[in-house]
Design a protein around this ligand. Structure first.
Ligand code: FES
Ligand SMILES: [Fe+2]
Length: 420
């Protein structure tokens, strides 16, 4: 794994010669043809996070996940032995979608003892075995053992449930996550179970939005109205103190002590009233000192880590004792569904709850500011007036790395399958 300290001279980017420092193309965000290849080359060849173990609190708990980019829906379930399994959400009789509620295209969740098809009542147990066929004797040589649910590879790491849609993944989940991400399993994710979920259908390519969360060059400009003049002047010239790349994954740390702002920095009275804000509740939970693989650069006054797990997941961990996940699910070459979730310790008092909710609405406001540029960016990119010579600066290292990782995966896939 490449790990470099900030050079006394030069740039972060120049420490990764493979990336170069040249201009980049955004054709990968506008081309329908590229999207079609990306579906196969990336989303059917990478481990994808679909949820957390807290989504499956007991045996028989299940949820479905629509993965449009791979043209499939899956069921994730905790089986009678407690193991988390995943299956394609399709009945083996005549292909009815097995689990859905009011609307077949929408996700659902709940708990059950068996999955029963709404069409002719074939039934499957929680391990996927076909256990009941209506009027079985009318079939011809039907062996129920041959018609279990179609399994999807499913592994759990640090409480995060991942699936892999290939018939045979090339790497196990820990191998895929590698040495930059796996040490995070020492972080107490299991203690942060108070969660707030957002989702939005966004009219831009999934990578355009993901890019907005992997550089801080935009913060003093795009989010300027969120800060008081005093805070704004300190943000100008902001530079992150640590970046790290490993395989297709990447991370950036920030420093400072944002939770101990000066009173003049608070923009809203509600921040003072709830003792909370964008950087989370001010009264920090005691999570101990073992915080897994956070702050890998040993940054002084560490404030936050932003881990980007290839291809479409981000885990953002605040030193003040909470974390967020973002996931970006493509729905076409120029649309995607964004999912953001905030995780806090279980609130035990009304004021703890109010502090969390203040952080949540502040997050939402910031995310809306980020999202506000996206439709315009997508439309401008699609004009192809400026085509493939976008300059990226040193703070946009992760953007550069991300598009290179995507290109590498596509190239490797094409080399293997088409021989190009
Ligand atoms: S399609 Fe499911 S039982 Fe017939
Ligand atoms: Fe932003």
């Amino acid at each position: 794994m490449a790990l470099y300290p900030k050079p006394a001279e030069g740039s972060w980017t120049e420490h990764y010669p493979d990336l170069g420092t040249g201009v980049v193309s955004y054709e990968d965000c506008v081309s329908p043809e590229f999207y079609e290849v990306e579906r196969e080359a990336v989303f059917k060849r990478a481990w994808l996070n679909v949820g957390r173990v807290e989504d499956l609190p007991r045996k028989g708990s299940y949820f479905t996940k629509e993965i449009e980019v791979a043209d499939t829906s899956i069921i994730v379930v905790r089986d009678p032995r407690g193991r988390v399994r995943a299956f394609h959400n399709i009945c083996r009789h005549r292909g009815n979608k097995l689990m859905w509620n009011d609307f077949p295209r929408e996700e659902t969740r709940g708990s059950c003892r068996a999955f029963t098809c709404k069409y002719h009542a074939w039934r499957y147990d929680l391990t996927g075995k076909l256990t009941f066929v209506q009027q079985e004797s009318e079939f011809f040589d039907l062996d129920k053992d041959d018609y279990g649910l179609l399994p999807v590879h499913c592994e759990v790491w640090a409480g995060f449930v991942f699936v892999h849609l290939a018939e045979e993944p090339e790497q196990t989940l820990p191998e895929f996550l590698g040495p930059l991400i796996t040490p995070l399993d020492g972080y107490p994710f299991d203690r942060l179970t108070e969660r707030y979920d957002f989702r939005a259908d966004v009219h831009c390519n999934w990578k355009v939005f993901l890019d907005a969360f992997q550089e801080y060059y935009h913060v003093p400009v795009l989010h300027s109205q969120e800060a008081t003049p005093a805070a704004r002047s300190r943000m100008n010239g902001f530079e992150a103190p640590h970046y790290q790349l490993d395989g297709p994954h990447r991370m950036v740390s920030t420093s400072g002590a944002p939770r101990r702002l000066w009173p003049a920095d608070y923009q809203y009275p509600i921040e003072i009233a709830t003792r909370s804000g964008l950087f989370g509740p001010w009264d920090e939970p005691d999570l101990g000192t073992e915080l897994g693989g956070t702050n890998p650069g040993k940054v002084r006054k560490w404030a936050m880590d932003n881990f980007q797990i290839f291809p479409n997941m981000e885990i953002l961990i605040w030193a003040s004792g909470w974390y967020l996940t973002y996931r970006y699910w493509p729905t076409s070459h120029h649309t995607h569904r964004f999912e953001g979730t905030l995780f806090f310790p279980r609130a035990t008092t009304a004021s703890e709850r109010a502090a969390q909710e203040c952080a949540v609405v502040m997050f939402k406001e910031f995310a809306l500011q980020d999202a506000g540029t996206l439709v315009g960016t997508q439309r401008a990119l699609e004009s192809r007036a400026a085509r493939d010579d976008f300059p990226l600066n040193d703070q946009e290292l992760l953007v550069r790395h991300f598009h290179k990782a995507i290109a590498d995966w596509v190239e490797e896939y094409e080399r293997r399958t088409v021989g190009v």
